[in-house]
Design a protein around this ligand. Structure first.
Ligand code: MG
Length: 164
């Protein structure tokens, strides 16, 4: 693969790792709110983002390109509510979707068929990511009282279980 493409994929390793860091911060915020099932959902999400970063790294290794790890910025830690966290998670996944689509466009422009094929998995994965975070947000919006939020945890628990 081209040096330009390798640089772009290395940048995405950083973005996926940053996503993991963001979700871990969100998980600890839910722990602060004593909503441990939501925390579990976000810890799982964080773990998946590390897996995404490793997928990019493994692909670079397979292509004989160098993996370059960089500094990761500090994530936001002062969230006002669970709803605010879920809204930010949806927005973040939409941002990552745009990044993946930009990578796909770049690979397409270069005629880099192997990278296009590799990225297809991420194109599909982002559809899932936006759908699952949006589902979580819609449920949080419906739960208005502490009792409703606790009941909602049962459903979130099933979401976490079905993803593992
Ligand atoms: Mg990801």
């Amino acid at each position: 693969i081209s040096e330009a493409m390798a640089a772009k994929l290395n940048q995405q390793i950083k973005e996926e790792t940053y996503s993991a860091w963001i979700y871990k911060a969100m998980a600890y915020s839910f722990e602060d709110m004593n909503l441990s099932v939501f925390a579990k959902w976000f810890f799982k999400q964080s773990q998946e983002e590390i897996e995404h970063a490793d997928k990019f790294a493994k692909y670079l290794v397979n292509q004989g390109a160098k993996v370059k790890l960089t500094e990761i910025p500090a994530p936001k830690t002062d969230w006002a509510s669970g709803e605010e966290i879920c809204e930010a998670a949806v927005e973040h996944e939409k941002k990552v979707t745009k990044m993946i689509h930009d990578l796909w466009d770049a690979a397409h422009t270069e005629g880099d068929k192997a990278t296009l094929s590799f990225l297809n998995w991420f194109v599909d994965e982002q559809v899932e990511e936006v759908a699952s975070t949006t589902e979580l947000l819609e449920m949080v919006k419906l739960a208005k009282t502490p009792g409703q939020i606790l009941m909602l945890e049962g459903r979130v628990w099933r979401m976490v279980e079905s993803r593992s």
